[in-house]
Design a protein around this ligand. Structure first.
Ligand code: FES
Ligand code: FES
Length: 151
């Protein structure tokens, strides 16, 4: 049994504590906005926030998040999240969309820590969040646009 706080809701789920958080979110809680890409920390599609920090949910065991706050793409809220979502829409960032949950969670995590990131800061924070549609240029532009909105 695991007791998880997901998007500000406490959930008790009858699962093996060794299960990766990604599996619990998708298969047991029904939050399928977080994507499975590789299962090996190589793609970032599974990125969620743990106490506000972006983490790869395929690499986090459910038993290790007890008492911590998990936020998924379905639960993001607040000024930074709104700025990122608005910039993403205005710049039409998304192509197929598969990677975008991870991209947005990472971008929110970056701007929450660093409201005025340089290109290098963005590249560093977004490194390893793979986009097969190569939307990287629009992602970087949208992060700058969100930063301007937050200034
Ligand atoms: S599915 Fe977690 S990093 Fe790829
Ligand atoms: S938008 Fe298609 S993989 Fe990123």
């Amino acid at each position: 049994m695991a007791r998880l706080t997901i998007n500000n809701e406490v959930r008790e789920i009858d699962i093996d504590p060794a299960m990766p958080l990604l599996w619990a979110l998708r298969d047991h809680v029904g939050l399928t906005g977080t994507k499975y890409g590789c299962g090996a920390a190589l793609c970032g599609a599974c990125t969620v926030h743990l106490d506000g920090e972006p983490v790869r949910s395929c690499q986090v065991r459910v038993g290790d998040v007890s008492g911590r706050k998990v936020t998924t793409i379905e639960g993001v809220a607040g000024r930074v999240a709104r700025a990122v979502q608005s910039a993403w829409q205005r710049l039409d960032v998304v192509q197929c969309g598969y990677c975008q949950s991870g991209q947005i969670m990472s971008a929110i995590g970056l701007l929450a820590q660093n409201p005025k990131p340089s290109d290098a800061d963005i590249d560093n924070a977004m490194d390893g969040i793979v986009c097969r549609c190569a939307t990287y240029v629009r992602i970087r532009a949208a992060i700058h646009a969100a930063a301007r909105d937050l200034a």
